[in-house]
Structures are given as C-alpha cells and as structure tokens.
Design a protein around this ligand. Structure first.
Ligand SMILES: Cc1ncc(COP(=O)(O)O)c(C=O)c1O
Length: 380
C-alpha cells in the first residue's frame, strides 16, 4: 500500500484524498447483511461527494438529506425516471432528517410528497402551511452518553411531549408516519440504542392504541466506524438492535436507519506533504499542506482524532513528540500538538492519514485561498 500511495501522490500531487469505492460498497453490504430488516438511508452530510452518492445509489441505498441541495444531489440520479417511478423513489427512499426546514425549502419540496422529520409544534404549523403533501416523522430526544458527537442538546422532542405532538399533526390533517432518534455519532455505548428503542416503543405502541397508524421507526445514525481495535464491533450492535426491535415492536413495523460515518469513514486515506519544519519552544513543528480548515476540519466539527504515518522510507525509526500543523496563516490551524513521528522527517516527506472519509472534505473550506485536497476515486 505504501508504494501505491507514494505513486498516486507523485502522479496526482498532494494533498490527495483517495476514496476507495470498493470499500464503500463493502460497508454498505456489511450493514445490509447484519441488519437485513433495516432500510439504510445514507446520511449525505457525512460526505456529499456525488460519486459516493452514485456508488451507493447503484448498490440500492436510500438517502437521508438535510437540505434542498442535498436533495437535488439525489434527484440528479433519478432525473431520467418516469414520473411515477420518481415519485415512488422520493417517497420510499429519501428522508429529510433536518427537523427544522425553512419555508422556501418546504415550498420547493412540496411537489415531491416528501418524508420529513419534526420535533416541535411550530414546525408542524410551518409544514402544514408550506408543504401539506409531506409525511411526518417525529424525532425523539434520546440519551447520547459517550458518543463522539452528541445530538440531544439540539434535537429531539422530549418523550413526555410526544403524544401531544403526534395528536397535533393528525388534528391538523397531516399524518405521522413514524418516530426517529439519533443516539449521537460514533456511538460505542450500545445501551444508548437499547434505551432509545425502549423509549420509542412506548410512544409507538401508545400511539397505535389510540388509533394512530404509525408505520416506521427510524433508528438514525451513530453506527461506529472501526477506527481502531478498541471500537466495539458493529456486528454486535446489529444483534442488539435486531433483538430489541423484535422484542419491542409489532412485526409489521418498517425499520429505517441513517448511517453516515459507518458507510464512508474507513473508505478514504489522505496523503499530505511536509512543506515546512521549525522548532518552536523546543518542539518540532511540521507544517503540512492540509489542515483544520480543510480535510482535517473533522477535528473541529467532529471531535475527530487524527492519525499520521510517514510514507518516506529510510527515516530514523526512533520517534519523538512533535506538532503537526496546517498551511494557513491562522494559529488555530493546528492538527495535533502530540504526534509521535520518526525523528528527522524532512521537507517533501509524505504522511498518510487513515479513516478520514467522514466529516472531513464535507466541511472543508477554501480559507486563505487553499483549495483543499484533490479527490481521487479508486475502484469506482
Ligand atoms: C439526523 C441525522 N441522521 C444521520 C446522521 C448521520 O450520523 P452518523 O454519521 O453518526 O451515522 C446525522 C449526523 O449528524 C444526523 O444529524
């Protein structure tokens, strides 16, 4: 792999974001195999690259979108479908999982009869006024203890308010299709899923008793990517989910999920280059040509912990603690102050970073005039 990465970097320049579509297909199939009764809606926000969407579309994925632009990225794939097929695809395979949608977005998607989430009463009124064709999914607040990125401080109705929020929708002539939650991203505490399913089942079963024909439960994202061997295995989580759903819900429930990170995190490698080297306060600072405003933006937005491996051969094997920082003129642009890298790396040496496919290029900026990494698709 080392030589191949060096060759790709030589041929394409750096920083180079190498995205392996065989791995995307594999992750999708692993998800499907372990959760055969769950329809996977890829959360486009994790990496919205159109080629990823194309690959997952061809695998038969459904999609979770957060905005009109993300919706149009999926729509591009089905442009040539006949109207009935298109309408069916949109209803069956796309969910707007952003609980707050502005009026203009709602007006624009009204013609498509979309499935949308909500978590508050104002949103119901807004949907009724601007997008009365929508089917609604109530997002619940659930525990996200220990997840890398928490969700419950910004999203989700209190379970105690759920019954009133369901009633409000039906009273206003719309329909609640189901319930959703998100246990926080990179959730390694599987109890979060078990608790969320328990909370959801109580509300689901209560609503059905009252005659509201809820059909769907949406178990959100959070499925952990195997960043290292300490991450509990997805296969184990799948068993928990399958058995809890069978225990708690009626057999006719439709289960959907919104995996983002799980599908793409492990599918990309970044090759960056050392462009500067300085000793600051006695510590070596390697300045590389990618940083936190660019592919390493996940350090800021995703609480992501970076990793670096040198690609150059023949350097000292003894390591030293050093800093790795980005190329911009901003002192905030520090990727890590505590890397252990071989002593004596030189300008022009290449580093690679694994498992950087999710929440990386998706939130990269063009700050300071740096374009960010070139994206190279392999096995597509
Ligand atoms: C509503 C919703 N669904 C799904 C996801 C994807 O989550 P993950 O990448 O943890 O699978 C997110 C991530 O922010 C989200 O906000």
């Amino acid at each position: 792999m080392r030589n191949e990465l060096i060759k790709l970097a030589r041929d394409n320049g750096t920083p180079l974001f190498i995205l392996d579509h065989a791995k995307i297909r594999e992750n999708f199939q692993v998800f499907k195999k372990n959760l055969p009764n769950v329809q996977a809606y890829y959360a486009v926000k994790a990496n919205s690259n159109q080629e990823i969407i194309k690959t997952l579309f061809n695998e038969g994925a459904s999609f979770d979108v957060a905005s009109y632009n993300e919706f149009m990225q999926i729509y591009n794939q089905i442009k040539s479908f006949k109207k009935a097929e298109k309408d069916f695809f949109i209803w069956d395979k796309i969910i707007f999982s952003n609980t707050i949608k502005d009026k203009d977005t709602l007006k624009k998607i009204k013609r498509y009869k979309p499935l949308v989430t909500y978590d508050n009463a104002e949103e119901v009124d807004k949907i009724k006024e601007n997008c009365e064709t929508a089917g609604l999914v109530l997002r619940l607040k659930v525990p996200d203890t220990g997840s890398q990125v928490e969700m419950s401080s910004k999203f989700g109705a209190e379970p105690a308010d759920a019954a009133a929020l369901i009633k409000k929708v039906f009273d206003s002539g719309l329909a609640v299709e189901g319930l959703s939650f998100h246990v926080g991203s990179q959730c390694t505490n599987f109890d979060n899923y078990a608790t969320a399913l328990q909370i959801t089942a109580e509300i689901f079963n209560d609503a059905r008793k009252k005659g509201y024909e809820l059909k769907i439960i949406d178990i959100g994202g959070g499925f952990p990517a195997a960043y290292d061997s300490n991450v509990p295995r997805f296969e184990r989580l799948a068993e928990v989910i399958e058995s809890e759903i069978a225990r708690l819900f009626p057999a006719d429930v439709e289960v959907i999920a919104e995996p983002g990170r799980f599908m793409v995190a492990t599918t990309a490698v970044l090759v960056s280059e050392i462009i500067g080297k300085a000793v600051r306060n006695g510590k070596i600072f390697y300045h590389i040509n990618d940083g936190v405003y660019h592919t390493f933006s996940g350090i800021v937005y995703d609480h992501w912990i970076p990793n670096f491996t040198p690609l150059s051969n023949g350097r000292d094997s003894e390591t030293e603690v050093c800093a790795v920082v980005g190329p911009t003129c901003d002192s905030f642009d520090k990727i890590s102050l505590s890397e252990q890298l071989p002593a004596g790396l030189k300008l022009g040496d290449l580093l690679y970073t694994e498992n950087i496919g999710a929440y990386s290029v998706a939130s990269s900026t063009k700050f300071n005039g740096f374009e960010g990494a070139k994206i190279l698709h392999i096995n597509s």
